[in-house]
Design a protein around this ligand. Structure first.
Ligand SMILES: [Ca+2]
Length: 477
């Protein structure tokens, strides 16, 4: 970083830090050095780890370094060859030499294998004498963090981390008068953010970084309560939380705009922009009507052609292993007769690798006069979800126009999604989070019901754009 920029940033940092418990930079010319010490949970991966996100949050004026080492533990005991795995490690030495202003220590998860009597004997003592004291002697401030909530551990009962280890970590901070960040509490009830039970995904690590940012650096985090359907995955930026049994998902979010996506129950979803205000907490309500059930199974299915015994009804038998296959060639169709008129709002096509690049979806009430409700021109196979304005229809036909491969069009399954008139997918929504009186704050509540119907063309364009942006982001990490 250039010196002039650094000076300005450090001044700003000074102001931010002064209001919290953070350290004052030695001079305006210097950046605040932050060391993150810990095990594989701190190390993360190159693509995603919490120190990286913390750096992003703090910005210029701060330098955050990751000293995480997989397998590192608190216990100060030599291995059979006389070396100390963590205490002899390059990470530990470099973290001391780094001479940080503040050191965040999140260690202890790997000590869970120690028997309770041994843990009791060494945990706090070794933690202080060998892990913390050298940093304090260096003049660094040390912040102790409890281990993130453990949901699964291959060889151990994960609850021992959440009870025993976390308790020792809390006691340690208290006994030695060190600031504590209770990461265990901050990461409870978010199983989906810790896929292997211990390590975070982008969401989990973002939450860890945000917790440090909020609790130590005084950063502003708003807790957004989304009310939706139980089990729905609600995603804003990198944070993704599943709604609980009551349909509530609480997302810790930075103020500002976030790309928003909520998959409500596997059929219905919402894309949009979520605007989070500068308040402690707030809520948004994401409501979609009933509907979305697949009504195609058991319908009468015919097609322009079949081949090799892969018949048309196999595309709607409810079995994702069986499939319809047309004879080789473009311009084929498959027709579903639901037996009675239903209100439908979308289809989900599960393509076999021989997928269609372009196709139209048409509906009819009488089987003679068909109306095109959707056109897909750049299909990429896999699962295609195509939503349209709710329409009454007994028949649905897919006109397969152009193949993506030399083989005949082939579909494992076509799901026809029922609608109650409300859209199965809403996109381009602006969702505002408002301060919520009844939820953790003391402010006003405004909830927003998602009721907008978006034109089909708009959906396809935005939906595809959003997906692309997301993919681009993923690969850019
Ligand atoms: Ca099938």
């Amino acid at each position: 970083m250039k010196k002039s920029l650094r000076a300005v940033a450090a001044l700003l940092a000074c102001a931010a830090v002064a209001a919290s418990a953070g350290p004052a930079p030695v001079s305006a010319e210097e950046v605040v050095k932050v060391a993150c010490v810990g095990d594989s949970i701190t190390a993360g991966t190159e693509a995603t780890n919490y120190p990286m996100y913390l750096q992003e949050l703090l910005g210029d004026g701060y330098e955050v370094k990751n000293f995480g080492l997989g397998g590192a533990a608190v216990r100060h005991e030599p291995e059979s060859d006389g070396t100390y795995f963590w205490y002899d490690s390059a990470q530990y030495k470099e973290s001391l030499e780094y001479d940080a202003d503040v050191v965040f220590v999140m260690m202890g998860t790997n000590d869970v294998g120690s028997v309770p009597t041994a843990l009791k004997r060494y945990f706090k003592e070794d933690y202080y004498n060998y892990l913390i004291k050298p940093y304090l002697d260096n003049g660094s401030k040390v912040v102790v963090m409890t281990s993130p909530y453990a949901y699964y551990y291959l060889l151990q009962d994960p609850d021992r981390i959440n009870t025993l280890i976390a308790q020792y970590q809390r006691e340690l901070a208290q006994e030695y008068d060190l600031q504590l960040i209770d990461m265990n509490a901050a990461t409870a009830d978010m199983r989906e953010c810790f896929p292997d039970g211990l390590h975070g995904n982008a969401s989990g690590y973002s939450i860890i970084a945000q917790t440090v940012y909020e609790e130590y650096f005084g950063g502003k985090i708003c807790r957004v309560r989304a009310e939706t359907t139980p089990g729905a995955l609600v995603t804003a930026g990198r944070i993704g939380i599943k709604a609980n049994e009551s349909g509530t998902a609480v997302l810790p979010l930075l103020p500002g705009e976030h790309e928003f996506f909520a998959s409500l129950d596997g059929y219905k979803s919402v894309y949009g922009t979520l605007t989070v205000p500068e308040s402690e907490s707030g809520s948004c309500k994401i409501l979609m009507g009933e509907g979305g059930q697949n009504v195609a199974v058991g319908s009468t299915v015919t097609a322009s052609s079949e081949s090799d015994g892969f018949t048309a009804p196999m595309a709607a038998d409810g079995d994702t292993e069986t499939r319809w296959q047309a004879q080789m060639g473009d311009n084929q169709w498959i027709l579903f007769d639901l037996g009675e008129t239903r209100m439908i709002g979308g289809t989900r096509i599960l393509w076999e690798p021989a997928y269609g690049e372009s196709y139209n979806i048409l509906v009819s009430e009488n089987g003679t006069d068909f109306t095109t409700v959707a056109s897909v021109t750049e299909g990429d196979g896999g699962t295609d979800e195509v939503f349209f304005d709710a329409v009454n229809a007994r028949y649905l036909r897919i006109d397969c126009i152009k193949r993506a491969t030399v083989y005949g069009f082939s579909m494992y399954e076509v799901q026809i999604l029922e609608s109650d008139g409300s859209p199965l997918r809403v996109t381009g929504m602006d969702i505002s989070v408002m301060p919520d009186e009844g939820f953790g704050g003391g402010n006003l509540t405004v909830t927003l019901a998602v009721i907008a119907v978006v034109a089909l063309a708009g959906f396809i364009a935005l939906g595809v754009l959003w997906e692309r942006r997301r993919k681009k982001k993923e690969t850019a990490k």
